[in-house]
Design a protein around this ligand. Structure first.
Ligand code: ADP
Length: 484
């Protein structure tokens, strides 16, 4: 029996190389967790996981430890495109950074115009497969994430007779169903990926990267058990619920874990005062430092409500802003950190203009400040309309910031009502207001509040349990190859 299972993990972003959202947290920590998973979790099989990422401009300009590995052409109608692969390392995980004109010409990881993104990520996906064909290291599993790398899985269907690629099994982790990569056969067809013909997929989906990946993948992993059930319903299925129900035997929800070393209030150097569940007093100094830094009234009795994340309708930012406008009779300060949707950004700025003594709308990405907010704010609001997993609420709990969340997807699976946080059943202004009116009196009772904080800080969000579930999927997909 073989004892090493080899996995190539593909993602658009990964900490610490480049981060836009939660995908980077996952892609930067799951491969490391899988590689270090004790063999008792994997029945003696070692998981040799390696990571492939696009060599985004920001990585290229900062990288000085990249080792050139190989160069080759990726076939494209109208002229092949050269790919360059560099090698580096992330906590023992070999990392392949793949560059080429479609990647180098982009200014950001994701653009608002879907067409260049499709070109860039189709190129990356196919370059990753070509790299595999040229390596001595032969993966058993191709593990892609979201629409960006789904074309690699779809392309495997046309390589079934390839002596190398034909043996690859595939896993597609689904972090966000509505982001499908957009219509338009432009990039896919240019790289030789024709629309699917299978009528199991609705017509409109047969040329979109994510549905094609979902169609071709051997295993589909939504990032929480609740989201795995939700996507089978018309409400959350984005028109693919019927197709996904037909694939339900291949779908397993696995909750994302958290890199608990990187997110640890006991060692976080961005906090003026470190703290822990046994020694929580440092939190007060962080709260004061946060208020001071943002020029808010420095009062440790007024609860700070916070949101950190993409300012997007998905995240229910509008719901929070409207609820707060109707709760001016209550004592609170509000801090929002994030950017994305211009209209929502403007609505957040307006709240600050109207209530400068209690609101800060910080429209930017700021990793350092996010840590001070997690470590100093009191409540973390996530009125998300849908939330495949959500990492921010887990980070908040680990930092003693009590989550107030809509009971959907991963929020439902990670926050315990009345113990680690507050849940509400509808992503609506009234529901959030009602829940805040329930939470604020608890905050006013320090002992009860400390109980919530302690329960959240003690919850185990670390990767091993979830990583082990991925290990089970990998083994089941390769059971014919000499693994158990
Ligand atoms: P998403 O749907 O965007 O993936 P998650 O809650 O899963 O949402 O993960 C978001 C991650 O990105 C968290 O680590 C959060 O702290 C971080 N983040 C989001 N927006 C910002 C920002 N403006 N500044 C700093 N960190 C941010």
């Amino acid at each position: 029996m073989r004892t090493i299972l080899k996995i190539l993990f593909l993602a658009a972003e990964a900490e610490p190389f480049v981060k836009v959202g939660g995908l980077a947290d996952v892609a930067g920590s799951l491969p490391v967790a899988l590689r270090n998973l004790p063999e008792r979790f994997t029945q003696g099989v070692r998981l040799d996981v390696r990571l492939a990422l696009p060599l985004h401009r920001t990585i290229r300009s900062e990288a000085n430890t990249l080792r050139p590995l190989m160069e080759f052409d990726v076939t494209r109608r109208g002229g092949n495109i050269q790919a360059q692969v560099y090698e580096t390392n992330l906590a023992g995980v070999p990392v392949y950074l793949i560059g080429g004109e479609p990647i180098f010409s982009a200014n950001s990881v994701y653009s608002t115009d879907p067409s260049p993104d499709r070109e860039k990520y189709t190129f990356f996906s196919l370059a990753a497969l070509e790299m595999v064909r040229r390596m001595e290291w032969r993966p058993d599993i191709l593990h892609a994430n979201d629409w960006h790398t789904a074309p690699a899985i779809y392309a495997l269907r046309s390589h079934q007779n390839d002596p190398i690629l034909g043996h690859l099994r595939s896993v597609l982790t689904l972090h966000n169903l509505p982001y499908m990569g957009g219509e338009g056969t432009d990039a896919l067809e240019a790289y030789g990926l024709n629309p699917a013909k299978d009528e199991a997929l609705p017509g409109w989906a047969r040329s979109q990267p994510l549905p094609l990946g979902l169609w071709a993948a051997d295993a589909i992993v939504p990032v929480s058990p609740t989201y795995a059930r939700e996507i089978l319903t018309p409400e959350f299925g984005c028109g693919l619920d019927g197709f996904l129900r037909s694939r339900s035997n291949s779908i397993t929800g696995i909750l994302n874990g958290l890199d608990v070393t990187a997110w640890n209030p006991g060692t976080d150097t961005n906090l003026p005062e470190k703290f822990s569940v046994v020694n929580p007093s440092g939190r007060i100094a962080n709260k004061k430092a946060l208020q001071h830094h943002l020029v808010l009234p420095e009062d440790d009795r007024v609860p700070i409500l916070a949101m950190i994340g993409r300012v997007d309708p998905q995240k229910g930012v509008d719901i929070a802003l409207q609820a707060l406008r109707q709760m001016l009779d209550q004592h609170w300060q509000f801090i929002l950190l994030g950017s994305s949707d211009p209209a929502l950004e403007e609505a957040a700025r307006r709240l600050q203009v109207d209530y400068p003594e209690r609101v800060r709308a910080l429209i930017r990405f700021d990793a350092k400040l996010s840590r001070l907010i997690y470590g100093g704010a009191d409540m973390f609001l996530m009125p998300s309309r849908y939330e495949p997993c959500g990492l921010a609420q887990m980070i908040a709990m680990r930092y003693g910031c009590v989550p107030v969340v809509h009971a959907t997807g991963g929020l439902k699976d990670t926050v315990q009502e009345g113990k680690t946080g507050f849940l509400f059943q509808a992503a609506e202004v009234d529901s959030l207001m009602e829940t805040l009116r329930r939470a604020l009196p608890v905050y006013a009772s320090p002992e009860r509040w400390a109980h919530f904080q302690r329960s959240g800080m003690q919850t185990d969000f670390s990767w091993p349990r979830s990583a082990a579930q991925y290990g089970i999927i990998y083994r089941s997909l390769t059971s014919d190859k000499g693994f158990e």
